[in-house]
Design a protein around this ligand. Structure first.
Ligand SMILES: C[S@@+](CC[C@H](N)C(=O)[O-])C[C@H]1O[C@@H](n2cnc3c(N)ncnc32)[C@H](O)[C@@H]1O
Length: 492
C-alpha cells in the first residue's frame, strides 16, 4: 500500500474530465494534478484511498508531446486555468472526448451512434487568450496582511494575486490596481469570509468587445459604498468607462453578486453586439463570456433549430434574450423565461433596441413558469395564442451548470415540440437530462461541442434532439404510416 508524502514515478496514460493526469502503478490508479498524457513524472502522494490515490508533480522526467510552456506564470497555482500547459489542439481533443465520455458513460448512449452524430469541436481561430469579456476578482488580504485581489487557487478560497490574467481583457489590471489604491487611500477594508466582516468582497469588470464600453461593479458587505465620488474620479481616467455601480451582498455565501445594484456613475448598462444584434447588459445579468465563440455557438444553435418563420419557439433560461432575439428573426413568435428580473428587463429593452416585436419574456423559474402556463392553457384549443404557447414547435434550453429541473424536463415532454435544442455548459448534467428526454420520446440527432473557455476544462455543447415520430404525427400531416415505413425501408 502507498503512503502520504511517498515519492513515486509513473507514466501518465489518461486524463480525467477535470484535467488531472491518470497513471497506474501495479493496477492502482493515481490522479495527478498538472500531469499530461504522455508525461513521465515523479510525484508526491497527497492522498491514499483503497483503490486510488492523488498526487502532485515533483518533476517532469519526460515531457509529453502535448505539453507547452504555460504563458501565464501563475497557471499552476491559480484555479482559473487547469490545462494551460496543454497545446490548444490537444485541449480541443480533450474537450471532444469529455463530451463523448459523459454522453456514453453517464447518459448510457450508444458509442457508435454518438461517434456518428457528433461534429468536431468548434475551437477558436485565433490565439486562445484575451477572450473573456468579464472578470470577477475576489478581494482580500495575503498572509502578511497586504491587500490583494486575484483568483482563487484550485479548490480553495485562498486568493492568488493575479495582476494580469491572460484570458481576460488588457484593461483589467490597471482598473483593479486603481480600485486597490482607492481602498488603501481611503482605508476601505476587504471582506473576510471566515468572520463575515469587512467591506469589499469582489470587483466585477465587464467589457463590450465590439463597443469597447466598460462596466465596473463593486460587491460590498455594507449598505453603502463610502468615498465613491473619489472612486469615480479615479476610474474615469480610463477610456471606455460607461457604468460604475455597487451591489450589496451581506450573506455568508459563495454567491458573488447581491440581489440588486446601485449605479453611481454613468449608465445602468453597457452595450455590446453579437452579429447584427445589439444587447444592453446590466451588472446582474448573465452574458456569454467569450464573444467570438458566442457568435459561433448561437449560429450552431440556430441552424439546429431550423426555423422557417412559421414556428412558435420557447427560449428557456434566456438571460438577456440573446438567443431569443436571434430566434425571433427567423420564427413567428418567441417566448423567453429567466429567473433574474434585471435580465428580463434587459431582454425587453434589447427587443426594443433591435426593433423586434415577436418576442415576449417572463420572469421566474423556467420550470415553474412553463408548468403554470401548461396547466392554465394547454387545453384551450380555441385560444390560438394560449394553445400555440403551450404547444411550441421548437424549444431551446440553455440552463446553468446544474442542468434542467426535473419539472422543466417533464413539462417540455408534455409540450411535445418537434425539436429541442439543448445548449449546455456541463456535459455531465446534459447527459442526465438527455437520457430523460430520450426516454420520454426524443432521439439524438446532432451534437457539437464548442470551446467557449480555452485553457480550462470546461466545454459548451449544443445538441439537437427530435421527437420520435409516432402514428399520431403521421395522421396529423396526412401520411400513411405503413407507406412511410415501406419507402424508408426501400431507401435503406
Ligand atoms: C447559461 S445562462 C444562459 C443565458 C442565455 N441563454 C445566454 O446565452 O446568454 C443560464 C441562465 O439561466 C438563468 N437561470 C438559472 N436558473 C434558472 C431557472 N430555474 N429558471 C430560469 N432561469 C434560470 C441564469 O440567471 C442565466 O441567465
Amino acid at each position: 500500500m502507498y503512503t502520504k508524502n511517498q515519492l513515486l514515478e509513473v507514466e501518465i496514460t489518461d486524463i480525467t474530465n477535470e484535467g488531472e493526469g491518470v497513471g497506474k502503478i501495479d493496477g492502482y490508479t493515481f490522479f495527478i494534478k498538472d500531469a499530461l498524457i504522455g508525461d513521465i513524472v515523479s510525484f508526491i502522494v497527497t492522498k491514499v484511498k483503497k483503490n486510488y490515490g492523488y498526487g502532485k508533480v515533483k518533476e517532469i522526467l519526460k515531457s509529453s508531446p502535448y505539453r507547452i510552456e504555460a504563458p501565464c506564470l501563475l497557471a499552476k497555482r491559480c484555479g482559473g486555468c487547469q490545462i494551460q500547459e496543454m497545446a490548444y489542439e490537444s485541449q480541443l481533443k480533450f474537450k471532444q472526448r469529455k463530451v463523448f465520455n459523459n454522453l456514453t458513460r453517464l447518459g448510457g448512449f450508444d458509442r457508435e451512434m454518438i461517434e456518428k452524430i457528433m461534429e468536431p469541436v468548434i475551437g477558436m481561430d485565433d490565439e486562445p487568450f484575451r477572450y473573456r469579456n468579464k472578470a470577477q476578482f475576489p478581494v482580500g488580504y495575503d498572509k502578511d496582511g497586504e491587500l490583494i485581489a486575484g483568483f482563487y487557487a484550485g479548490r480553495t478560497h485562498a486568493i492568488i494575486p493575479v495582476s494580469d490574467c491572460l484570458n481576460g481583457s488588457m484593461e483589467n489590471k490597471d482598473i483593479l490596481d486603481t480600485i486597490l489604491n482607492w481602498m488603501k487611500r481611503y482605508d476601505i477594508s476587504a471582506y473576510d469570509e471566515t468572520s463575515n466582516r469587512g467591506m469589499v468582497r469582489h470587483v466585477l469588470i465587464r467589457k463590450g468587445f465590439t463597443s469597447k464600453e466598460i462596466m465596473v461593479c463593486i460587491v460590498i458587505n455594507a449598505d453603502k459604498l463610502p468615498h465613491y465620488d473619489k472612486l469615480i474620479e479615479m476610474l474615469c481616467s480610463f477610456d471606455g468607462i460607461k457604468s460604475i455601480s455597487y451591489s450589496i451582498n451581506k450573506d455568508a455565501t459563495n454567491v458573488i453578486m447581491g440581489d440588486n445594484y446601485h449605479t453611481i456613475y454613468g449608465s445602468d448598462t453597457i452595450t455590446d453586439s453579437i452579429g447584427d444584434l445589439k444587447f444592453k447588459i446590466s451588472p446582474l445579468s448573465f452574458y456569454q463570456v467569450n464573444p467570438v465563440q458566442t457568435k459561433k455557438l448561437y449560429e450552431k444553435a440556430l441552424s439546429y433549430a431550423d426555423l422557417n418563420g412559421e414556428e412558435t419557439v420557447w427560449d428557456l433560461y434566456c438571460g438577456i434574450g440573446t438567443i431569443s432575439l436571434f430566434l425571433a428573426k427567423k420564427a413567428k413568435q418567441v417566448y423567453g423565461v429567466e429567473i433574474i428580473p434585471q435580465a428580463i428587463e434587459d431582454a425587453e429593452n434589447n427587443a426594443e433596441l433591435n426593433d423586434i416585436t415577436n418576442a415576449e419574456f417572463f420572469v421566474g423559474k423556467a420550470e415553474e413558469v412553463i408548468d403554470r402556463l401548461w396547466n392554465e392553457n394547454a387545453d384551450k384549443q380555441d385560444d390560438k395564442k394560449a394553445y400555440a404557447m403551450t404547444h411550441p414547435d421548437v424549444i431551446v434550453v440553455d440552463p446553468p451548470r446544474k442542468g434542467c429541473d426535473e419539472l422543466c424536463i417533464n413539462t417540455m415532454l408534455k409540450m411535445n415540440p418537434r425539436r429541442i435544442v439543448y445548449v449546455s455548459c456541463d456535459s455531465a448534467t446534459l447527459a442526465r437530462d438527455l437520457k430523460m428526454l430520450c426516454e420520454g420520446g426524443y432521439e439524438l440527432i446532432r451534437i457539437c461541442p464548442c470551446d467557449m473557455f480555452p485553457n480550462t476544462v470546461h466545454v459548451e455543447t449544443i445538441v439537437l434532439i427530435e421527437r420520435v415520430r409516432n402514428a399520431k404525427d403521421f395522421v396529423q400531416i396526412g401520411i400513411d404510416v405503413e407507406e412511410y415505413y415501406r419507402i424508408k425501408d426501400e431507401e435503406n
